[in-house]
Design a protein around this ligand. Sequence first.
Ligand code: CS2
Length: 474
Amino acid sequence: MTRLSNAALADLPAEVERPGYDRAVVKTGVVHLGIGAFHRAHQAVVFDDALRSGDLRWGILGVSLRSPGVRDQLNPQDGLYSVVVRDGVADRTRIIGAVQGVLVAPEDPAAVVAAMASPDVHIVSLTVTEKGYRLDPASGGLLTDDADVAADLADLSKPRTAPGFLVAALAERRRQGLPPFTVVSCDNLPHNGARVRSAVLAMAEAHDPAMAEWIATEAAFPQTMVDRIVPATMPDDIAAQAATLGVRDEGMVKTEPFTQWVVEDHFAGPRPDFAALGVQLTAEVAPWEDAKLRLLNGAHSSIAYLGGLAGHAFVHQVVAVPAFKAFVERLWDEAETTLNPPPGLDIPAYRADLMARFSNPSLQHRTRQIAMDGSQKLPQRLLASIAARLDADQPIEALARGVAGWIRWQGGVTETGETYTVDDPMAARLAEVLSGATTAEDKVRAVSGLSEIVSPRLANDDRFIAAVVRGMGD
Ligand code: CS2
């Protein structure tokens, strides 16, 4: 079957939404590092809306920092792909035209740096996942021991890491007398703008303090909160989409109707008229970020570990079990007292919406997908709420049960006897500290000793240890 392409657009079924602007005259205003499914279903849709509104500065050059998979999906399709919105009843397809092409960084790092240094590029955005920033999850400091970070600290002629690419490109812009771009982190990292900024400055400082100073004063690293559930695309999804489109779309992404992007209004240069495009611009992103990380993501991770251990493949199956649903509500009762809710956020309504979003059966969101990289996720999703609750002398039973689920998950076998591989950059380290632990308390203490994940403030608090031990259930 032929692939989706510019030439195929005219023959798509009438109900499929198409770009509707002249793609040939679009400029590349955005370079996006880490062009996975989430970017394609979230930020790229907003830039596509900007193009549809007639502002043709916001085409996207995608970059994959590791593998050629997305390049091979999108480049043969002229960058086109479908976003399929599934509300549980019907599917709606929109073809996104914003992505103009994809580069694979390890194949030609210099080409990526050159693209980022183009005068037309005003924004470099990132979705490289938590671990892609090469930061210590608990403290946020750059992992200088990491081999790729060490290589970039020594020499930036062929960068390997996201901070390395940002610094190399900013240095090149400075050399050419161009203004810096705005760096927009779109990962679920706490204080994502400040964290990527400090990683960039640490790397820049190692190369040229004057350049670091220029970045510190001239570049911008707005904080953002991003939200849209985007499960990994499965072969069945691609087959079903081929039947809908009449052409094959290897780059399709599936998602829910809900989407939210809150952005700190701090840019070094031009940006789209975000407010007109439904993006919330604000001076204060942190309250939104805390609410989202602690309620949505805190529940998600707990569902992934506890539901996954119980043998459930999908999130909607977990929350269909009354005891699990009640557990999620208890977790939210605990987490919500730690929040300073942003103006305009109605927490009871938000919780009800979250439960409805988790219950959407047509998303098929895998618990194993969310279970990935727990070492990078736990601090901001569960441990931050726990620390705040303990500071206020409040119980933490439900939150601690989520943490206990994550520790049990490291065992690699479900309660139904199925084995799996723990997918986490710290999996080997976790396995090592857990290898000599037999009792629940040994296990909790062993993991709590990993200061990259659990802060000493919690590791030394017996109330934390005791509650997680109770959550282990043996
Ligand atoms: C999920 C998130 O995989 C995960 O860890 O919790 O990707 C979640 O779906 C998004 O943050 C929703 O905005």
